[in-house]
Design a protein around this ligand. Structure first.
Ligand code: C5P
Length: 400
């Protein structure tokens, strides 16, 4: 299963580093090609000579060789690898990985690697049990990193507890599983629009009307759909987020801009997920000059914007159309009315009253509503909600 596979082995400064030698041997015996990247501290625990001899490749520790300037590219190692396994992984490295710190070659490689990463923690039992370490491990899991369970047993300190590095044989089994995992690409060939973020309605050259949407939910949906093979066009209002990999992003400002960008592309796609927080009203007139303050109150007259979702609902035919409802009260009744009025195939309801749901946060608590009924999900990350939405999108196309 591992024959010809490229395994990048990361070693950090833990007593368990000696087990990395065994792991490397097992991988080589199974036919894998192995390259090793070590943190500077790891060299104190196991020598580069040992690892170079076992892997039959030079070891990368520093960004460059000070003697001849030879550059170790973290990007090329990340591209080369089918799987990056960090074993042993110290509490320090796990914490840095969870927070995007990149102060050595191993960490820059992790940040730039596109392959799956497996982490086998190794540390003292109290460090392992510390709430910070557990939070960092949870963060890595959320980011898609596979964490190898740390068995309880005798530790180098003489203490008994959880924190030992898993045995190399077990880690090989997990590597085999990860590299043989077939990517789910059930949306291959589907073209989808996702709207996300907040629109901005100008009052004058300085002021505007907008809302608290950060775009996190819509961007997570675009990423989930693209990862399943869909060709995604993300029509995005204001957000601080970067476009997900393999997603075409069209930036728009106002509700009118978003309307035009979406409507003109709708003929060429198989469906749209409407996640943007579109302004319902926009100033009737935009002042070309900055409005000066006076002693009196100021009245700004607003007019209705076009409802993009409703317009697509009128012309959708057998294409997919799904949207969101963010409600502060009577959520289900309002969501059902929108499902009908906008001709959505399903609507995702989130309530402003649910803790951990709504603007800015990374979690959401949603209920799916469609013609067949409703399904309430527990609190989960926006990325997990996005995957559940992608499941529904897949089901829609499978039925057609
Ligand atoms: O009517 P309401 O704004 O609550 O509907 C929310 C749903 O409609 C969301 O999916 C939102 O993206 C979409 N919508 C739209 N164009 C508008 C207003 C809302 O596409 N002008």
């Amino acid at each position: 299963m591992l024959r010809g596979k490229h395994i990048l082995l990361g070693i950090t400064g833990s007593i368990a580093a000696y087990k990395a030698a065994m792991l490397c041997r097992l991988l080589k015996t199974a036919g894998a090609e192995v390259k090793v990247v070590m943190t500077p501290t790891a060299k104190e625990f196991i020598t580069p000579l040992t690892m170079a001899t076992l892997s039959k490749n030079p070891i990368a520790v520093e960004f460059y060789n000070p003697e001849n300037g030879d550059w170790h590219s973290h990007i090329s190692m990340g591209e080369w690898a089918d799987c990056f396994v960090i074993a042993p992984a110290t509490a320090n490295t796990i914490a840095k990985m969870a927070h995007g710190i990149a102060d050595n070659l191993l960490l820059t490689t992790y940040l730039s690697a596109r392959c799956r990463t497996i982490v086998a923690p190794a540390m003292d039992c109290d460090m392992f049990a510390h709430v910070t370490t557990q939070q960092n491990i949870a963060t890595l899991k959320e980011h898609g990193v596979v964490i190898v369970d740390s068995p309880a047993g005798e530790l180098a300190s003489g203490l008994l507890g959880k924190g030992r590095m898993a045995e190399p044989e077990q880690i090989v089994g997990i590597i085999e599983h990860v590299v043989s995992e077939k990517k789910k690409r059930d949306l291959d060939g589907r073209r989808l629009i996702v709207t996300a973020g907040a629109t901005i309605e100008a009052i004058d050259p300085v002021r505007f009307i907008s809302n608290h949407s950060t775009g996190k939910m819509g961007y997570a949906i675009a990423e989930a759909l693209a990862q399943r093979g869909a060709k995604v066009t993300l029509v995005s209002g204001r957000t601080a987020l970067a476009a997900p990999t393999d997603v075409e992003r069209i930036d728009v400002v106002s509700a009118e801009d978003m309307y035009r960008a979406v409507v003109e592309r709708f003929d060429d796609v198989d469906g749209a997920i409407m996640c943007a927080a579109v302004a319902d009203y926009t100033p009737k007139e935009v002042s070309a000059l900055k409005i000066k303050k006076g002693d009196d109150d100021l009245r700004i007259e607003l007019r209705r914007t076009k409802d993009i979702a409703a317009e697509l609902g009128r012309t959708k035919g057998n294409r997919l159309l799904a949207g969101f409802a963010l409600e502060s009260h009577d959520g289900e009744a309002h969501a059902r009315r929108k499902l009908h009025d906008k001709n959505f195939d399903f609507i995702v309801l989130n309530s402003l009253q649910d803790e951990g749901a709504g603007f800015g946060v990374d979690t959401n608590k949603v209920t799916f509503i469609d013609a067949d009924g409703k399904e309430s999900l527990p609190l989960m990350t926006k990325r997990e909600v996005a995957d559940r939405i992608a499941d529904r999108v897949e089901k829609f196309f499978a039925k057609r």
